[in-house]
Ligand binder design. Structure first.
Ligand code: ADE
Length: 416
């Protein structure tokens, strides 16, 4: 028997509802889509199965899908990211929610399996665990699935690998690749929320510190920019020559981690890869160095390998562990899991607005179209429409091309 919901404390529902309202006030684009969904019911008779961070912003998306006629089941995509009051509010509203902050590994997968047991027609994933589970342990449920969406870079990389190996059994829209997602959420969102997490966890003064940012994709760029804004000396580490060159021209020092390890006070990993910081790097670090991760999975800092070398591990306070190692100590935040969602509230609502507007439109698109298995982009005009909706909700007007300007852009004969 699958329970209707499983949350930490249903008594938190009222607080959760107040927090969701706070998010919705800042999510004007998604609210516009919700109004249309209420009228048109494009998701009638559709079951949406989700593995997403259970936050107040995600709740705003869940309510929008429900307004469109969908039945929704949701588990978290990270054991530490659930906001328990929000989970309780969703449960009270009839959503099948299975999540609590601090889930064991066993519960984490059990909850994803609960979601799969609801026979989703559409999957909404963040990181790919739901899709992987469906394609490995739960293949018998694949027949119900019409399509899926993926929220994050890490998940899209996995999906493309599955596609290459001809293992992906249904169409998935890479919402992460929307301009209204990665140019905003990854950059401004990760840039701000990562520091929010570090500050709430351990509150160091960033001004004057040497901050090492591993990875200079859209997320790393945001993290480095905000570190500089807070007064840090920023070092970037990269494996990609284009990105490294961009970091150099953006005015950052670029060097390999084995050199940066000796200089950094605060280290942030945002690469999407594993073993970016290992015990060998820690051996080189200064006393009191702070290590945090803002990439999707907890593999970027080799926490297990580092702890295996430790003389003592002290839990200083929530999300802060002091590791006595090699005759000094370092701090690891949030067990090397997403520091922004574990120690803070994730990205602000404003930036999740365009990400989740993309989710809502991608889900509607999948329901209305027949697609072959594969990884797809959301059509450009829908992505553009999200930017328009957001500008409108912010009360920002822009210029429009005149007929003469349009003709000029189509022409090729006019010169100086
Ligand atoms: N990913 C990053 N921030 C988030 C948030 N606030 N809600 C859901 N997913 C997120």
């Amino acid at each position: 028997m699958i329970p209707n919901y499983l949350v930490k404390d249903i008594g938190l529902a009222e607080q959760g509802a107040r927090n969701i309202a706070l998010a919705e006030e800042r999510m004007g684009a998604l609210m516009e889509i919700r109004k249309r969904f209420e009228q048109e019911k494009p998701l009638k008779d559709i079951t949406v199965g989700m593995a997403l961070h259970v936050t107040k912003e995600t709740a705003a998306l869940v309510r929008t899908l429900k307004a469109g006629g969908a039945r929704v089941a949701i588990a978290s995509c990270n054991p530490l990211s659930t906001q328990d009051d929000v989970a309780a509010a969703l449960a009270k509203e009839g959503i099948h929610v299975y999540a609590y902050k601090g889930e064991s590994r066993v519960d984490y997968y059990k909850f994803i399996d609960f979601v799969i047991s609801h026979k989703p027609n559409i999957t909404v994933d963040d990181g790919g665990d739901l899709v992987t589970r469906l394609h490995t342990q739960k293949k018998e449920f694949l027949e119900y699935v019409k399509g899926g969406t993926e929220e994050t870079t890490t998940g899209v990389i996995r999906l493309r690998n599955m596609e290459k190996e001809k293992e992906l059994k249904y169409p998935v829209i890479a919402v992460n690749d929307n301009k209204t997602k990665h140019l905003f959420d990854n950059y401004y969102g990760t840039g701000q929320s990562t520091w929010d997490g570090v500050l709430r966890a351990i509150n160091p003064l960033i001004a004057g510190k040497t901050v090492v940012v591993a990875g200079y994709g859209p997320c790393g760029k945001g993290v480095a920019l905000r570190a500089r804004g807070l007064g840090a000396n920023v070092i970037v580490t990269e494996v990609n020559a284009f990105r490294a060159l961009q970091a150099v021209y953006d005015g950052f020092r670029v060097m390999p981690m084995r050199k940066a390890a000796k200089l950094g006070d605060v280290f942030i990993t945002v690469t999407g890869n594993k073993d970016v910081i290992t015990a060998e790097h820690v051996r080189l670090m200064r006393n009191g160095a702070i290590l945090a991760n803002s990439g999707h999975f907890n593999v970027e800092i080799d926490v297990e390998g580092i702890k295996a070398e430790a003389d003592e591990i002290v839990k200083v306070r929530p999300f802060v562990e002091r590791i006595e190692i090699y005759g000094k100590h370092i701090y690891i935040l949030a067990e090397g899991r997403l520091v922004n969602l574990a120690a803070a509230e994730g990205h602000p609502s404003e930036v999740m607005d365009t990400s989740f507007a993309g989710q809502a439109l991608a889900i509607e698109y999948l329901v209305k179209h027949e697609l072959e298995p594969g990884v797809y982009k959301l059509p450009e005009e829908l992505d553009y429409n999200i930017a328009e909706l957001k500008l409108k909700s912010l009360g920002v007007e822009i210029d429009y091309l005149t007929e003469e300007q349009k003709a000029y852009l189509r022409s090729w004969k006019e010169g100086t």
